[in-house]
Design a binder for this molecule. Structure first.
Ligand code: NAP
Length: 242
């Protein structure tokens, strides 16, 4: 059985990625922070795809929590390797820098950037031993272009893009690829308060994207045939920025 871990798999893009990978035959470990009911819903959708999965609650910004819960899973499953890791969990807390509070900076950096480090460090050793792995980091247009009101979020996502490129060079010879997918405006809870009618005018494709469209890019990078693509950032943004 092939195992994939999707952080923030309970909702939005993470849920669509879980369903996509289920369709590719993976057993899905669905991580979430607090929304168990939504995570259970994701598991039901995974099962509808004919695959199976399980829930694994932990906070990606808390290294102790990760070590305990994900570390425990690894210890209890010595014969199983998580060969696909999707670092998807993320938040935004927007404010102009001049008004930004310490907590807004810290929270966004911890969850989006530190989370990538804590989870990846725990899983990559096994991938290197097995000489196969796929790590895909969900970043953002904001980390490529920079968006006003998001200095914290742009910094965190740009940080993950740098780490993606560096790590890809560290582990390429061991059959592990590391890539990023950078969505633009995607219809999820994260973009719920935004004015789609207004914003779509500046998007060449003239609409927000769907979580499934992001999941498609993730599936492409996970496929065995994508083994020669590493250190890349694929934008899924309707032509908004390239
Ligand atoms: P979403 O609908 O708000 O879902 C966020 C997910 O992350 C939930 O599953 C949530 O779990 C989980 N999460 C949040 N904090 C966590 C933590 N500390 N530990 C573990 N899980 C945590 O967001 P989304 O729109 O799907 O975004 C997914 C990713 O895409 C994020 O990295 C985001 O930055 C990126 N992105 C989104 C867009 C967009 O337009 N939507 C654009 C560019 C990039 P709970 O359900 O338990 O809260």
């Amino acid at each position: 059985m092939k195992f994939a871990l999707v952080t923030g798999g309970s909702r939005g893009i993470g849920r669509a990625v879980c369903v996509k990978l289920a369709g590719m035959g993976y057993h899905i470990i669905i991580n979430y922070k607090s929304n168990e009911a939504e995570a259970i819903q994701t598991l039901a959708l995974v099962r509808e795809r004919g695959a199976d999965g399980e829930l694994l609650q932990f906070d990606v910004s808390d290294r102790g929590d990760i070590k305990q819960k994900l570390g425990d899973w690894i210890e209890k499953n010595p014969d199983k390797t998580i060969e696909v890791l999707i670092n998807n969990a993320g938040i935004r807390e927007d404010a102009l820098l001049v008004f930004m509070k310490d907590e807004q900076w810290d929270n966004v950096l911890k969850i989006n950037l530190d989370g990538f480090f804590f989870v990846t460090r725990l899983l990559i050793g096994d991938m290197l031993v097995k000489k196969f792995g796929r790590i895909i980091n969900i970043v953002s247009l904001s980390g490529l272009k920079g968006l006003p009101g998001q200095t914290n979020y742009s910094a965190a996502k740009a940080g993950v893009i740098g780490a993606t490129k560096a790590l890809a060079q560290e582990v390429g010879r061991k059959g592990v690829t590391v890539n990023a997918v950078a969505p633009g405006f995607i219809k999820t809870d994260m973009t719920e308060g935004l004015d789609e009618k207004e914003l779509k005018n500046m998007i060449p494709v003239k609409r927000f994207g769907t979580p499934e469209e992001v999941a498609h890019a993730v599936g492409f990078l996970v496929a065995p045939e994508a083994g020669y693509i590493t250190g890349e950032v694929i934008s899924v943004n309707g032509g908004l920025y390239s």
